[in-house]
Design a binder for this molecule. Structure first.
Ligand SMILES: Cc1cc2nc3c(=O)[nH]c(=O)nc-3n(C[C@H](O)[C@H](O)[C@H](O)COP(=O)(O)OP(=O)(O)OC[C@H]3O[C@@H](n4cnc5c(N)ncnc54)[C@H](O)[C@@H]3O)c2cc1C
Ligand code: SF4
Length: 329
């Protein structure tokens, strides 16, 4: 591994000053970044450890617009087990508990989880072409082993997926990301935080290099009773999603008043299923309606050989997640 400097500033201002310079990377739990450094995928000159910053904690704002704020350094395990999250946002708790392993969830932070890189094996293998790791070098996965890869929003440069479970739930819950830089504070809707690959697959998201994620804000909702996070994977634990579905329904008197649906393992970003959400609004939560919503959600899907199975697995997973959220099964 290349030699690098390490600092652990005590103030946010010192962190913002440090990350504004080239060759510098933020270090949180280190569970992804250190792996990437060991494999030579990334070689920063300096690591800025942010663990001393006061970015922990989960708090409720009970003002006119009720929200919950989750600090960027809060651990995945702590968020999943927090009383407010379990009772009011069980979708997020389920998604977090479906990720990685208990040990990793005890290291992984909210900000780090959002910023984790793809698990495409060609991205990690520095002997293979990869436009994400090295722009314009080619894409090893396109004609290679692409079983884990995307079926929505791909480009001819990259077909990788974003690997997070937490982010799928946060996209469904319409969260907002607070970020800070020397220029001030900015708020990014969660669904606009991650980006599609297009011609710049080296960029996973819309965060500038000089910006620090400080917290995630989740608006209050009526989904607590009817939420489900389904994760389909090769092993029951310690495996990334082949397909995941975050389903949240507000049901009153058997009618769906509101719906939120997002998928993981299918795109370069958490993939919101807005056409299916619109279709479900005002309809009874029946198996037939869930089937139709799933068909709508699959419009525009395209597979690449090894991942052809996702074209069948995805709609079946949507129906299963919706049925579980609605209490049909
Ligand atoms: C074996 C294994 C299995 C896993 N399985 C899953 C899984 O099933 N589901 C899942 O969702 N995840 C899974 N993960 C990924 C794990 O959740 C991430 O590694 C973790 O969330 C990253 O958080 P961290 O705090 O350790 O980040 P780090 O490794 O410290 O940082 C990751 C990136 O985030 C940036 N960063 C960190 N904090 C901030 C901030 N506040 N502002 C701006 N940038 C920041 C860093 O600069 C770095 O680029 C797995 C990981 C491993 C190793
Ligand atoms: S899919 Fe993306 S990350 Fe994977 S090899 Fe191709 S360019 Fe690289």
């Amino acid at each position: 591994m290349k030699q690098f400097q390490y600092i652990r500033p005590a103030t946010q201002q010192s962190v913002l000053d440090a990350i504004a310079k080239p060759g510098v990377k933020i270090l949180a739990g280190g569970s992804n970044l250190i792996d990437l450094m060991k494999r030579g995928v990334t070689s920063p000159d300096k690591l800025v450890d942010i663990q001393k910053l006061p970015l922990h904690g989960i708090s409720q704002n009970l003002g006119n617009v009720r929200t919950v704020s989750v600090g960027a350094l809060e651990l995945n395990s702590a968020v999943a087990e927090h009383k407010i999250i379990k009772e009011e946002f069980p979708l997020l708790s389920m998604a977090l508990n479906a990720g990685a392993s208990p040990q990793l969830r005890n290291m992984a932070t909210v900000g780090g989880n959002m910023m984790q890189r793809t698990r495409c094996t060609y991205f990690y293998d520095t002997t293979m072409p990869c436009n994400k790791r090295e722009p314009n070098s080619g894409c090893g996965a396109m004609e290679g082993i692409n079983r884990m890869h995307a079926i929505f929003g791909t480009s001819d440069k990259c077909i990788a997926v974003h690997p997070s479970d937490m982010c799928v739930a946060l996209a469904a819950l319409d969260a907002t990301v607070e970020v800070k830089s020397k220029k001030g504070t900015r708020y990014i809707p969660f669904t606009e935080f991650h980006k599609l690959p297009g011609d710049t697959p080296q960029l996973d998201n819309t965060l500038a290099k000089s910006e620090l994620i400080t917290r995630v804000i989740i608006p209050n909702n009526h989904f607590a009773k009817n939420s489900y996070y389904l994760k389909v994977r090769d092993r029951a634990s310690y495996a990334f999603a082949l397909i995941s579905v975050a389903a949240a329904l507000h049901i009153e008197g058997g009618t769906i008043k509101d719906a939120r649906l997002a998928m993981g393992g299918v795109a370069h970003k958490p993939w919101r299923l807005t056409a299916a959400e619109q279709f479900l609004k005002g309809k009874p939560g029946t198996a037939a309606n869930f089937e139709q919503a799933a068909q709508l959600a699959m419009q525009g899907a395209k597979s690449y050989g090894h991942n052809d199975f996702k074209l069948k697995m995805a709609p079946a997973s949507i129906v299963e997640a919706l049925s579980k959220a609605a209490g049909l099964v």
